[in-house]
Design a protein. Structure first.
Length: 766
């Protein structure tokens, strides 16, 4: 068998080396895109997990009320619950180092003595030099300056002799921190490259400006062999709505749900490239089999079995698929590194702030990529291999291939129709099916079915146009049309591949256009403020901006030309297992100022109703659709002072968050949440005043705070830019799909030239 393989396969591939290169390049392109998208998805998922749930692998339950702190006294109550082994109060916050270009670091506040007593290696995988730790904290015990253990990656870039200034918010002065030692952090700080500060709870609370006894969260560990469900139920009773109680898995799932749409779109483009590559590989392998019909006939005549013929071509496909996969994997990893920073920037603008300095590539991804590439090549070779092995030896020895039989056409039509008949319902009813079944299986079946049908459609169109070509066009076009009729399969698949790439580009462009129009209309109908003021950066849903103190509102209203400054708070509580956006406004002031200006604001009357109904809420259209919430329903949330039931009084369009938004009256918010911070301040300029001059004055007076002031028009342009950057990633993927299709065009034209050399020679001779 080896000698036959060397003679029939390797000799042929040497003669038709360009075929082999095109097949390898097609597979490599598909594998490259699949690896890149999968690696980016894994990297962003892990970075989001580390950013939102540090130490997830070392705890069983998390109590938090993000972004407001919770009371440390809950620890004593929780420790009374049977089955609770530990309840550790901790502070996890991202802070800035103003003396080092506002570098972002993860600040961890711990009850250090308690943590080290329970587990001297800190179960969350931070290696601590215990001697240096005790020595450092002993030297700072009588000092008013908080002491910090610094991650080695950060420690190597700072001056250890100078106090380190740490700043949580732009409106809060930095706090000086004393270096007390260094640690090698490779657990929750890994996503920040070791940019880590470890302080005791009192020091971390001082940096944040919190009252004594306030912490970010309480991490609970169960006793061995305890009933986990029972312990969680008892903890819920003790907490009684004063904080959100979630397992790390539930917390991570809530975060992943937010990014799931983007991750699905990225992965679908990778699968589309592989499907397009599969048909192009099938095209090339079909021609290579057809060119060797004579040799196959001789082999069958001298006693070769059909299974040997099939294994021969399957082995050839395995070699080509393996070569393409091994080439595509490093290309995909390289593309992932190129896309890492743009994707991270988009996620920060749209979802939440994360840090990722390297691409996550594990053994499973490499194995999956090799399997996908080899399977694609083998699957593409199956049909031509089976077809070749089933031919009569006498027919196979003939040089001219037999035309497709009616049975072949029937199977082709049936398979195409069946795939589309199954795929379209899966896509239409995807919301009622298991997660992602409709997206992956449905779109995959529709795409494969369309590719199968394209050769038949190409043949029908070519036959319909052939009489016109023969009558009105020259000899060259007539011969081209005749060749198209003779080989509709090869040409049709290439047409389908190009059409798939063009369709993806048009779809993305149409989505960008529709989103831009809808969001611009929403901004016009919902935001009447002349200026929008934020801190630390332009307005976004990602949270990279910093909060401001509510006292700033009064200062802004003193600026000449300012009629009203209206604060707004943006939070992301958990509802139905996912994050939603909570937008907090002073409903009475919002209704009054917009009514006086006589502007058209969607849902303005609902804000007036909100002032009349206590604990009421307005929901966005997408929240109503995604979560099945209607007017009159109740939305339960946890707050600082216990559980809150918010009654839905209305619904209106809002595009602030992809999983839905709720509008809450500031008066109701203050009654339940211990939180006076604001994220956005809407500025209404007096009639006749120059809003550009007002904006310049705001930024000039508050330069130290890092305030940003944007006009409505600038905010619209900023949102447009966010949309463009988001879909720019999709355009990059589709470019790879078009490259795969272009390789198919080159391959098809090369095959066409090689198969018509005699015809071209005759044309040149006459």
């Amino acid at each position: 068998m080896l000698s036959v393989y060397l003679t029939l396969s390797l000799r042929y591939l040497r003669r038709r080396w360009f075929y082999a290169l095109m097949i390898i390049a097609s597979i490599a392109s598909g594998v490259c895109l699949l690896v890149a998208t999968r690696a980016i998805n894994q990297t962003m998922s892990l970075a989001a997990k580390n950013a939102t749930t540090p130490m997830a692998g070392a705890i069983d339950l998390i109590l938090s009320n993000d972004p407001t702190p919770i009371d440390k006294t809950l620890v004593a109550e929780i420790m009374q619950v049977p089955g609770v082994q530990q309840a550790q109060p901790r502070i996890f916050e991202t802070v800035k180092l103003p003396d080092y270009d506002n570098r972002t670091v993860l600040m961890v506040g711990l009850d250090l003595m308690s943590e080290m007593k329970n587990d001297k290696n800190f179960t969350w995988q931070v290696e601590v030099d215990e001697h240096e730790l005790k020595k450092g904290f002993a030297s700072a015990i009588f000092s008013a300056t908080p002491a910090a253990i610094i991650g080695k990656a950060l420690d190597s870039t700072i001056d250890p002799k100078v106090l380190l200034n740490v700043q949580p918010n732009m409106d809060r002065p930095p706090t000086a921190v004393k270096r007390a030692g260094a640690v090698d952090a490779h657990g929750p700080a890994a996503s920040l490259g070791g940019n880590l500060l470890i302080l005791d709870l009192a020091g971390a609370a001082k940096v944040m400006g919190w009252k004594s006894g306030k912490v970010s969260r309480i991490d609970i560990t169960y006793s061995p062999k305890s009933d986990r469900d029972k312990v969680q139920a008892e903890v819920l009773k003790v907490v009684n709505g004063r904080a959100d109680v979630r397992t790390p898995q539930e917390q991570n799932k809530a975060v992943q749900n937010v990014m799931s749409g983007m991750q699905t779109a990225l992965l679908l483009c990778g699968i589309a490239a592989l499907i397009v590559g599969l048909f192009l590989v099938y095209n090339a392998l079909s021609v290579s089999v057809a060119e060797r019909r004579h040799e196959i006939g001789i082999l069958l005549s001298v006693g070769a079995t059909r299974w040997q013929i099939r294994k021969l071509f399957a082995g050839e496909a395995v070699v080509l698929g393996l070569a393409g996969s091994l080439l595509g994997i490093p290309l995909g990893i390289g593309c992932a590194y190129l896309a890492l920073e743009p994707v991270r920037g988009v996620l920060e603008e749209i979802f939440f702030s994360i840090q990722a300095s390297y691409v996550e590539v594990d053994a499973w991804l490499v194995v999956m990529a090799i399997f996908a590439g080899v399977t694609t090549a083998v699957f593409a070779a199956l049909v031509p291999a089976f077809k070749a092995s089933r031919e009569n030896p006498a027919d196979a020895v003939r040089r001219m291939p037999l035309p497709p039989t009616l049975r072949h056409r029937f199977l082709q039509i049936t398979a195409s129709a069946a795939m589309m008949a199954i795929g379209f319902p899966l896509v239409l009813f995807r919301s009622s099916l298991p997660e992602r079944l409709g997206m992956y299986a449905g779109l995959g079946l529709v795409m494969v079915g369309a590719l199968l049908a394209m050769p038949l459609l190409t043949a029908l169109i070519a036959r319909g146009l052939q009489p016109l070509f023969r009558r009105f066009l020259g000899l060259e076009i007539r011969l081209a049309a005749d060749n198209l009729v003779r080989s509709p399969g090869r040409t049709g698949i290439v047409i389908a591949a190009v059409a798939a790439g063009v369709a993806l580009v048009i779809q993305t462009a149409g989505t960008i256009k529709s989103n831009r129009v809808a969001i611009r209309q929403w901004v016009d109908d919902s935001i009447a403020a002349d200026l929008v003021v934020t801190c630390g950066g332009p307005i976004s849903a990602g949270g990279q901006g910093k909060t401001m103190n509510s006292s700033l509102v009064g200062e802004l209203e003193k600026i000449p030309g300012v009629e009203r400054a209206m604060p707004a708070r943006m939070r992301k509580p958990i509802f139905n297992g996912t994050q939603i956006m909570m937008l907090v406004f002073d409903a009475e002031a919002y209704y009054q100022v917009n009514s006086e200006r006589n502007v058209r604001i969607t849902g303005l009357d609902l804000f007036k109703k909100m002032t009349q109904v206590k604990d009421s809420v307005i929901i966005s259209d997408n929240l109503a659709y995604l979560h099945g919430v209607r007017v009159g329903d109740v939305i339960p949330l946890s707050s600082t002072n216990g559980p809150v039931n918010l009654t839905v009084i209305g619904q209106m369009p809002d595009y602030s968050w992809n999983h839905g938004s709720i509008f809450v009256n500031r008066q109701d918010y203050d009654a339940h949440w211990d939180d006076q911070d604001v994220d956005v301040i809407d500025i209404y300029v007096k009639a006749g005043a120059d809003k550009e001059a007002v904006r310049d004055q705001i930024m000039k007076q508050h330069t130290a705070l890092g305030l940003w002031a944007m006009t409505r028009e600038e905010m619209q342009d900023h949102i447009d830019g966010m949309i463009e950057r988001l879909y720019g990633i999709a355009y990059a993927q589709q470019f790879v799909v078009l490259i795969v299709a272009a390789l198919g065009v080159v391959t098809a034209l090369l095959i066409s030239v090689l198969q018509r050399r005699r015809e071209m020679g005759l044309l040149r001779a006459i």
